[in-house]
Every structure is written in structure tokens, then in C-alpha cells.
Design a protein. Structure first.
Ligand code: HSE
Length: 329
């Protein structure tokens, strides 16, 4: 058994024996927090929990078979499955469409939760295929393939979940056409996430956004984005905290999330640096410098949703610097 990360080049580190005849790979794909509040579609980070697991096996039967080992009722038709379309785009470009493959998916990241469920499926599938089929696609290529899954899920290609899932840590997507992805330093911070058990479809959360912004709002937003990137580079937690402000998207989307204002207020009172909607919601994330603070924030989140009798899941976790983990079996 051999463990590698998604950003490990697979050929050079493997001996002939290891790279000779790979029949199966297992991947563990992290959840991701897109937008990082002010960076709509351009910033995101991976977290240690929750995560999905997938196994990609070679088979004698031509074509791709998908098996879901979870209870989310997702399509197993490769053309209607985010992992399937991402994987098919890689196979087509590699001229390997007839290869016999079986993809077994066990999701723990609930679809529609706002922590990159579709990205985990799409990114995990292409990273697994790159290793199993001994291709040497680079991370940018893998992001390009995986974005086809996002297009199926939300109607548009965006990389702010896919890129941190594959690269690990915090990523800036300066451009997607052409792809220009920059890994930023991962601060030593704790992440508290609450997922109120309602579903917000990314396509719906995008459809309500305004298409035009006021110049004064844009100025405030790019000040925050610059501040956040500088805060990450300098590991300046206070600067990170005060840059976690979104004057464009959050005021529109937060109405879809019950308890949002209370979670934000109580979390900051509990000592969180700041936070906001995770991706397109309904999950909400908060960053804290100390583990104890992150736990305190979790208690405040639980108290709010318990008082509303709204089922919820919480995670206290860290930024996942390694991205997708691959095990060759
Ligand atoms: N940037 C995307 C959005 C992320 O906010 O719509 C979706 O997870």
C-alpha cells in the first residue's frame, strides 16, 4: 500500500514495481469552504473534516460503472453524475474511453450542504484516475476536468471548491479561462462549521445574485480581498478577521439561511475572528485562533439551532493543507 497526495507527481517517486500494474486506488477527498466570505468564486480552502472516500478499480468490462455506497440517491448514470462527467472528460482527452473502470463512491459530505460536496466527487474521481491510469496530468489539468462536474451541478464552471480540494490549503483562483491558480499560505487556524439541515442548491443561490454592483461596494470588497490575502501571507490573524466581510453576496444570500445573523453575532462574541456563508450555503463557517474558542463557537451555533428546533451538524476542524489523499492498493 502506498500513500500519496493529489499534488504528488506519480511517476518519479514510484518504483517500477509500484507503478507497474495498479488495479485499484482509494482516495479521500476533503470538504472545502468556497468564497472565504469576500472572495466570491476566487478563494477557497480545504478542511480536514468532513471528507468523502472513493475507490476506482480497473475492470474487464468496457466503460465506466458508478456505484454509490451512500444513501443520497445520486444518479449512477456517468453522464448525470458529477464524478462521472469529470472522469469521462479525462478519459476522452486521454483517448481511454473504452477502459473498464468501476467507481465506488461513499459520500459523507452531504449534497447541497455548502461545503463542496460536488467538488469532492469530481476532483476525487479525476485524481484517482490520474494515478490508476498512470497519466501525468498536472493539477491545473485535473481542475479543468473536474470543473465539468461543477458545471453539471450548478450550471457554471467555478474552481473555488475544486482547486483547494486538489491543491490543499488555501487557493486563489485568479482566472479560470485560462486557469491561473495560486496556493496561498495556510494559517494556523481552527474552523468551526455548522450545517443546518436544509438544502440550498448552488444554482438557486446563484440565480438570486445581482448582476451589477455599485462602485463603492466593489471598492470595499476588493479592499477586503486584498486584506485577506495579505493577512494570509503575513499570518496576521487580526487582519484576516477584519477582512472577512462581504458586502456583495452575503446580504442577498443570507436570507436563505435561518439563524445566520445570530450565528455570526454570537460566534464573534465567543471570540471567532470572523466567518460567513460557506460556499453557497446553508453551512456557515467561522475561523478562530484557538481550539477552545472554536469549541465555544460550536456551542453557540448548537444553542441557536437547538432553540429553533432545526437539526444541524457541526464540525470543529482545521485547514487541510494536503488536499486529496491517494492510496494505491
Ligand atoms: N463560489 C460558488 C458560489 C461556490 O458561491 O456559488 C459554490 O459552492
Amino acid at each position: 500500500m502506498l500513500f500519496i497526495n493529489s499534488h504528488t507527481k506519480i511517476f518519479s517517486p514510484l518504483s517500477n514495481e509500484q507503478s507497474g500494474d495498479i488495479q485499484s486506488v482509494l482516495v479521500r477527498t476533503p470538504a472545502t469552504v468556497a468564497n472565504m466570505v469576500c472572495g466570491f468564486d476566487i478563494l477557497g480552502f480545504a478542511v480536514e473534516e468532513p471528507y468523502d472516500t472513493m475507490q476506482l478499480n480497473k475492470t474487464n468490462q468496457k466503460g465506466l460503472t458508478i456505484i454509490h455506497e451512500d444513501n443520497y440517491g445520486l444518479s449512477c448514470d456517468p453522464s448525470q453524475n458529477v464524478a462521472g462527467v469529470a472522469l469521462l472528460s479525462l478519459l476522452e482527452e486521454a483517448n481511454l474511453k473504452n477502459t473498464g473502470l468501476e467507481l465506488r463512491i461513499h459520500k459523507q459530505i452531504k449534497p447541497g450542504s455548502g461545503v463542496g460536496s460536488s467538488a469532492a466527487s469530481a476532483a476525487g474521481a479525476v485524481v484517482a484516475a490520474n494515478v490508476l491510469l498512470q497519466r501525468n496530468y498536472q493539477n491545473d489539468d485535473l481542475v479543468r476536468f473536474a470543473m465539468n462536474g461543477e458545471k453539471l451541478a450548478s450550471g457554471v464552471k467555478h474552481a473555488d471548491n475544486i482547486a483547494p480540494c486538489i491543491y490543499g490549503g488555501v487557493t486563489l483562483i485568479r482566472s479560470i479561462f485560462p486557469l491561473d491558480i495560486i496556493s496561498l499560505p495556510s494559517p494556523d487556524l481552527f474552523v468551526t462549521i455548522v450545517h443546518p439541515q436544509i438544502e440550498v442548491r448552488t444554482s438557486d443561490a446563484r440565480s438570486i445574485l445581482k448582476q451589477n454592483v455599485q462602485l463603492r461596494d466593489a471598492i470595499r470588497q476588493w479592499g477586503n480581498i486584498g486584506g485577506l490575502v495579505a493577512g494570509l501571507m503575513k499570518s496576521d490573524h487580526a487582519l484576516i478577521g477584519r477582512s472577512l466581510e462581504d458586502v456583495l453576496i452575503e446580504p442577498v444570500r443570507s436570507i436563505l439561511i435561518p439563524g445566520f445573523d445570530a450565528v455570526k453575532k454570537k460566534s464573534k462574541e465567543a471570540g471567532a475572528l470572523g466567518g460567513g456563508i460557506s460556499g453557497s450555503g446553508p453551512s456557515i463557517f467561522m475561523l478562530s485562533s484557538e481550539y477552545q474558542t472554536a469549541l465555544h463557537v460550536e456551542q453557540e451555533m448548537k444553542a441557536i439551532y437547538s432553540a429553533m428546533s432545526l437539526d444541524h451538524h457541526t464540525y470543529v476542524t482545521r485547514i487541510c493543507s494536503k488536499g486529496i489523499r491517494v492510496t494505491i492498493q
